[in-house]
Design a protein around this ligand. Structure first.
Ligand SMILES: Cc1cc2nc3c(=O)[nH]c(=O)nc-3n(C[C@H](O)[C@H](O)[C@H](O)COP(=O)(O)OP(=O)(O)OC[C@H]3O[C@@H](n4cnc5c(N)ncnc54)[C@H](O)[C@@H]3O)c2cc1C
Ligand SMILES: NC(=O)c1ccc[n+]([C@@H]2O[C@H](COP(=O)([O-])OP(=O)(O)OC[C@H]3O[C@@H](n4cnc5c(N)ncnc54)[C@H](O)[C@@H]3O)[C@@H](O)[C@H]2O)c1
Length: 675
């Protein structure tokens, strides 16, 4: 029984169940580490099913299928594959559905993805192919082609969908008729966008359940919930998802915002309370009650929340003795999809008890406040073993392990689970399964054509692009395709240097100024626990024309500078060069460098290094950074001047990241680059 609706129907009427969403990790090490994490989570948390995300436009197609294969076939988890339908060819959709079927996957979350860039879809399509403009087109297509083989889910938005699809603005009322259509076209269940505003959710579920069409009377509706992993992350994600953060929640988060560990703990409280409130709303409709969690590939917060709210189902006595026989899969990177029959030869799993009255009692309690051991060195068995497996020399891992402080604690997952303190952002820990993603939906400029054009116009020359970057530095436009937000206040002190770089066509996408020992409660630079001191090395990441890069490279590798800077650079063809690989200037080639560029010293703790720049994370990010040129180009019509310009520019640039080691001379990097 692998269709979600069959599994839900088999549950007792008072049962609760939940699903966990994962995205394909960005690095090989992340994938290996996710495998171990998934095994742990599946055994300890027992989700009814798991979701695997799909990069908009098919950007993660192969990796998503690989992860779905791991979940469904190796771990035997009921898996729901997300699939988008815009900005990709019908052949890709067909391939994904065939792959899913071959793997024994019976559930698809049918999504639109990014707003369609219409002219791109038609280009490589044979005439007579399907039109995919909205998610409903995919729902209909799957039903037409596969009948009832797949159980189909669709997305819904308690606070309205917010990408500018509706000229009237964003609201649930605008979306409602289209949601009715999606369900009437054959959707079997609904999963919602993340939200924190319980009133909005109450209105959403009540309106659906009482809708005169009767379309939503009994359909499973799974509210989407995102554990709060860090203050900056949740604010960014809520903004991207157009989810309102109620004042009461913000007040609680603001009170602890400088201290990541406290933010996570308050986050567990907030989510647990939200679940209680949802329970009250759901109690008005008979039948099992489901919850969906956006895990962002992280494990600790979610396990505390599930334990606290007693959502983890009990293990029925007759299942205690069952040993799951994993189905072998190919190693990561060597994709092999066994062509098995439609019904698959995957051993059926025993049904599990999801009754509210038969919940597992935690052996360790459920209060994270008592169980977080702060600041232990991250000699984490999971990281070490699997990172070595992923090809990283043990020696370099140990160096990292000694400097990285990951808070460990127990809980449903046991001592092996980790918080992954700083996985996100481009300069987080590339070994973490969660590294480098904010939603798991792949490369995207996260906006409609109309919004993109209103921000960036129709650039026709490189100097138009200089203007866009300069205006972002000045705060005159709120985003560039590589950075969806205004600059942080910390960038203000290097604004004139950044402006000077962008004016000469060195387009900056990220940076930080040097800091030499400011108090951890400093208004602009402070972070971490009280009474500490924080430090930063200056760095800047930017696109530079090939011709300029040749000159700058010589400068960086000159005798005068080579000991003072580290750099990483790559282009759209994947050529890579770094200060580790230069040789030639007297310095022997050394092991891959690891640059802690932000660190903090706190009473009673080892040094904490939240931001690290190294080759593996730079390479993973730079591939995406170049894809973003192509994403931006798609905003404009095929063959248009802007499209041509952006595609050409993407080809002629290098992306360079330069770190200056002299953090005491806070102006050193900027003198080097602007003189
Ligand atoms: C649970 C969940 C999981 C997700 N997973 C992924 C993922 O893995 N990968 C990814 O890239 N994205 C994912 N997304 C994001 C999703 O792709 C985007 O939100 C996308 O912009 C809309 O997708 P949809 O399926 O809701 O689209 P649709 O149902 O097509 O709706 C999009 C908007 O268009 C409107 N609309 C629909 N039909 C019409 C019509 N005929 N005429 C006019 N307006 C219409 C709707 O009201 C809505 O405002 C997910 C979202 C959710 C909630
Ligand atoms: N695709 C990915 O893998 C990925 C991963 C992480 C972040 N991002 C995106 O990249 C952006 C940066 O994320 P982050 O977490 O690494 O860093 P961040 O947003 O914390 O920014 C890092 C620093 O760069 C500065 N900065 C921002 N824009 C700049 C610009 N145009 N020029 C110079 N400096 C600038 C900021 O003020 C800040 O000091 C975000 O928009 C994020 O969504 C993408």
């Amino acid at each position: 029984m692998d269709k979600i609706t069959d599994k839900v129907a088999a549950l007792p009427a008072d049962a609760e169940y939940f699903s966990l969403e994962f995205f394909p990790p960005k690095t090989q090490m992340g994938f290996s580490n996710l495998r171990v994490r998934l095994q742990r989570m599946e055994r300890a948390l027992r989700p009814l099913f798991v979701n695997v995300t799909w990069g908009a436009g098919g950007s993660t197609a192969q990796k998503s299928i690989e992860l779905a294969e791991l979940c469904q076939r190796e771990l035997g988890l009921t898996t729901c594959l997300h699939l988008t339908c815009t900005n990709m060819s019908q052949a890709m959709i067909d391939q994904a559905l065939e792959d899913a079927r071959a793997l024994g996957i019976r559930n698809i979350l049918a999504l639109r993805g990014d707003p369609p860039r219409a002219e791109y879809r038609d280009a490589d399509e044979p005439t007579g192919s399907e039109e995919f403009t909205w998610a409903i087109d995919l729902v209909k297509y799957i039903r037409k082609k596969y009948g009832s083989y797949f159980c189909i889910g669709v997305a819904a938005y308690p606070e309205g969908h917010g990408d500018g699809s509706h000229p009237e603005g964003q609201s649930f009322e605008h979306d409602l008729p289209y949601l009715v259509d999606k369900v009437q076209a054959g959707a079997d269940f609904i999963m919602t966008q993340l939200f924190f505003d319980i009133k909005a959710y109450e209105k959403f579920e009540t309106t659906l359940r009482n809708h005169p069409s009767g379309a939503f009377k009994t359909i499973p509706i799974l509210p989407g919930l995102m554990p709060i992993q860090s203050y900056a992350m949740i604010k960014r994600t809520a903004k991207l998802s157009h989810a309102e953060m109620p004042e009461e929640i913000m007040t609680r988060l603001n009170a602890v915002k400088g201290d990541d560990e406290k933010v996570k703990m308050v986050g567990v409280d907030i989510l647990s309370e939200l679940i209680e409130q949802i329970r009250e709303i759901k109690s008005r409709t008979p039948g099992p009650k489901g919850f969906h969690f956006y895990t962002l590939n992280l494990e600790k917060s979610i396990s505390f929340i599930l334990e606290r709210t007693k959502l983890i189902p009990d293990v029925p006595e007759d299942e205690e003795a069952i040993v799951d026989e994993p189905v072998p899969v190919a190693a990561t990177g060597q994709r092999s999809i066994p062509r098995i029959s439609v019904n698959g030869n995957v051993p059926p799993r025993q049904s599990r008890s999801h009754s509210r009255t038969a919940r597992r009692q935690s052996s360790v309690g459920s209060d994270p406040h008592n169980r977080v051991i702060v600041g232990r060195a991250a000699t984490h068995p999971e990281w070490e073993a699997t990172s070595t497996e992923a090809g990283v020399p043990a020696e370099s891992i140990n160096t990292r392990a000694n400097t990285l402080a990951i808070s460990e604690g127990e809980g449903a997952l046991g001592r092996e689970a980790t918080w992954d303190d700083f996985p996100n952002g481009r300069f987080g820990d590339a070994r973490s399964p969660a590294y480098g993603e904010i939603d798991g939906y792949g490369v995207s400029i996260h906006m409609s054509v109309t919004q993109a054009v209103s921000l960036w116009g129709h650039p026709k020359t490189a100097s138009d692009i200089n203007d866009i970057f300069v205006r972002h530095i000045r705060g005159e436009i709120s985003a560039i395709p590589w950075s969806e937000e205004d600059l942080l206040p910390e960038s203000f002190i290097i604004k004139s240097s950044l402006e000077a770089m962008n004016k000469k066509g060195w387009w900056t996408v990220a940076s930080q100024p040097a800091v030499n020992g400011l108090p951890s409660n400093h208004a602009t630079f402070g972070w971490g626990p009280a009474s500490g001191f924080v430090f930063q090395k200056s760095f800047v990441e930017f696109f530079i024309p090939s011709a300029d890069w040749k000159i700058l490279y010589d400068k960086l590798t000159s005798e005068e500078n080579e000991e003072l800077v580290c750099f990483y650079a790559s282009n759209a063809n994947g050529d890579f060069v770094s200060s580790d690989t230069t040789g030639g200037t007297g310095r022997a080639t050394v092991n891959a460098s690891t640059n802690a560029v932000t660190w903090g010293v706190f009473p009673g703790k080892e040094i904490v290094t939240p931001t690290i720049i190294e080759e593996v994370s730079f390479r993973a990010w730079s591939e995406e950074a170049f894809d973003i040129w192509a994403e931006w180009a798609k905003v404009y019509g095929r063959g248009s001047d802007s499209e041509k310009l952006l595609n050409e520019i993407g080809q002629d640039r290098w992306l360079v990241n330069i770190i200056h080691h002299d953090y005491v001379d806070t102006d050193a990097l900027w003198r080097l680059l602007t003189n």
